[in-house]
Ligand binder design. Structure first.
Ligand SMILES: C[S@@+](CC[C@H](N)C(=O)[O-])C[C@H]1O[C@@H](n2cnc3c(N)ncnc32)[C@H](O)[C@@H]1O
Length: 275
């Protein structure tokens, strides 16, 4: 028991383990995630509808969606992509959760532009080429290691037309200030989110001050098995994200407010990078 607790409480090296595919695509979790995406009660997986509509309005006004080719990476259940298509865009939605992609397809608009949904991993599968716009919304870049970010940013740059724009949002250093190390233990932690059968779970929150990274490590103990999910988050300064985008080949980088409902919320900020 002592050795097991010691192992469960271990602080791993930042980004040394990647479990995002289990978190989003394991059948029980994918079902729970879809409910979380669609819920207006929680903003854990997607922002509320009001914020999504405000973002789509902003994108349309700023860049023009009519007839634009746009790829939404990590599109989830299509909450943004379907709205892009309603505005006449030619949309490619890509996500590795089959469940979310099926939901997105079922709710695709019947009028407007064309829409293609693809179950794929944006870290390794080919991206559609010659895009006017590529979006990566809800701070998904922050869940990746520096090596994964470099790889993805370079591939996104390649997938854009000359003059194309990459739009994303990231967690800020301000958000990192609010991260507090903690540990909790509960039977069926998060109301049964982690498994359809009975379980116990630990949640360890770690800060990595040197790297401005946090980790929520969930250890789920079921009757038949014990498994872990590692939720990493990198918190950016504007200089840091500008640097990473320039390194990947982007010619200019601009910033805007976060894409949430509250414009005064400084925990995230929006980034526009041009090829
Ligand atoms: C925080 S959610 C955001 C979803 C959507 N952008 C939104 O805001 O409604 C992250 C999404 O990215 C997907 N995802 C994470 N890593 C991915 C990867 N490597 N390849 C493809 N999809 C990925 C997840 O399945 C999930 O749908």
């Amino acid at each position: 028991m002592y050795d097991e607790l010691k192992e469960i409480s271990k602080r791993p090296r930042a980004f040394s383990i990647y479990t995002a595919e289990t978190l989003w695509a394991e059948p029980h979790l994918a079902k729970m995630m879809l409910e979380t995406h669609l819920s207006q009660e929680t903003a854990l997986a997607s922002r509320p509808t009001e914020a999504i509509e405000r973002f789509v309005d902003w994108l349309d006004t700023s860049f023009g969606l009519e007839a634009a080719s746009i790829c939404d990476l990590g599109c989830g259940p299509g909450l943004y992509a379907n709205r892009f298509a309603e505005r006449g865009a030619i949309v490619h939605g890509l996500d590795f959760s089959r469940n979310s992609i099926e939901h997105a397809r079922r709710h695709a608009p019947l009028t407007g532009g064309r829409i293609t949904y693809q179950t794929a991993n944006y870290l390794s599968d080919p991206l559609p080429e010659e895009q006017d716009l590529i979006t990566l919304i809800y701070c998904d870049l922050c869940a990746l290691s520096s090596v994964q970010r470099r790889n993805l940013l370079t591939r996104i740059h390649r997938a854009l037309k000359a003059g194309g724009k990459f739009i994303l949002d990231v967690y800020s250093r301000k958000a990192f200030e609010g991260v507090v190390e903690s540990v909790s233990f509960e039977q069926n932690l998060m109301n049964g989110f982690w498994s359809a059968s009975d379980y116990f779970a630990f949640q360890h929150t770690f800060r990595y001050d040197h790297e401005s990274v946090s980790l929520d490590r969930f250890t789920i103990i079921e009757k038949a098995r014990t498994w872990d999910i590692y939720n990493w988050l990198k918190y950016f300064s504007k200089d840091e994200i500008r640097h990473e985008l320039k390194d990947a080949g982007f010619s200019f980088v601009e910033f805007t407010g976060g894409f949430g409902i509250d414009r005064l919320d400084e925990t995230t900020f929006g980034v526009i990078a041009g090829k």
